[in-house]
Design a protein around this ligand. Structure first.
Ligand SMILES: Nc1ncnc2c1ncn2[C@@H]1O[C@H](COP(=O)(O)OP(=O)(O)OP(=O)(O)O)[C@@H](O)[C@H]1O
Ligand SMILES: [Mg+2]
Length: 258
């Protein structure tokens, strides 16, 4: 036990989804004892095979579903419901199709009755930052995949979440767009130092982005190993060819395969 502050604290988190099978109650255990601390400002990647419970864990942290047992704290408080202190980004950006980029970004502040001139100025600044200043009046269907992701990002960032929860946010993008989004995310994190929990099953992505990688075991998921990624910052895609990067990647792949 240490007194070091944690942004996210998970202790022995368990989750079983119940379902009826041939009239009998059956269950599928998704998480079988996950424990993990994420430090403030840390970029933590959650890595594991398909079905090991990564999305389940993120949904628990987001407050969309509840764990059966265990401790789930964000910013020192138990998670009981979704909240603006946690910004969530999924594989598919869930923008409101009937709202423009500008309206999507201002959705949270508007819902909270917080549409001040300062917030509008910040929205304009954010759209500039994510390269969507010219697309502020466009609707989601008029944007490319990468642009939609950046709009979803801006919509989350305007709420100043203490923790960003990202579930394979670039998984559906082509390689070039994905590399662009990874660069954008690294620059943003470098500037804001928001705590990030980033789900991926891509070893290279985890190595490029993370301070540490938490490897979950094969279904049902539990914490298997937590590895430090001791590569210098700032990192860029060019680093992926260095010997240190390749070695770090190999260590993570070996942990995954153990
Ligand atoms: N709402 C649900 N009802 C029943 N079972 C569920 C539900 N959500 C997830 N599961 C089950 O829990 C397990 C973990 O699912 P989860 O989506 O968390 O895995 P994952 O690690 O995110 O996988 P992937 O990498 O494929 O996205 C799976 O066996 C899945 O079938
Ligand atoms: Mg998933």
């Amino acid at each position: 036990m240490t007194d070091q502050p944690t942004a996210v604290r998970l202790r022995d988190v368990r989750k079983t989804f119940s379902r009826r099978k041939a009239g009998r109650k059956a269950g599928r255990t998704a998480l079988d004892g996950v424990s993990l601390d994420v430090r403030p400002g840390e970029f933590l990647c959650l890595l594991g095979p398909s079905g090991c419970g990564k999305s389940t864990l993120l949904n628990i942290l987001a407050g969309f579903i509840t764990a059966d047992s265990g401790e789930v704290l964000v910013g020192g408080r138990p998670v009981t419901a979704p909240g603006h202190d946690r910004g969530v980004l999924f594989q598919t950006p869930n923008l409101f199709p009937w709202l423009t980029t500008w309206q999507n970004v201002l959705y949270g502040p508007k819902a909270r009755g917080d549409l001040t001139p300062a917030v509008r100025d910040e929205a304009a600044e954010l759209l500039e930052t994510v390269g969507l200043a010219d697309a502020r009046d466009a609707y989601p269907h008029e944007l490319s995949g990468g642009m939609r992701h950046r709009a979803a990002f801006a919509r989350v960032l305007i709420n100043h979440p203490g923790v960003l929860l990202m579930d394979e946010p670039f998984g559906a993008l082509d390689a070039i767009t994905r590399a662009g989004m990874q660069r954008f995310l690294l620059e943003l994190w470098q500037r804001r130092r928001t705590t990030i929990v980033f789900v991926t099953h891509d070893v290279e992505e985890a190595t490029l982005l993370g301070d540490r990688v938490c490897v979950l075991s094969a279904p049902p998921g539990g914490t298997k190993e937590v590895l430090d990624i001791d590569l210098p910052r700032p990192r860029s895609y060019d680093d992926t060819e260095t010997l240190a990067f390749v070695q770090a990647k190999r260590r993570i792949r070996e942990a995954l395969e153990r």
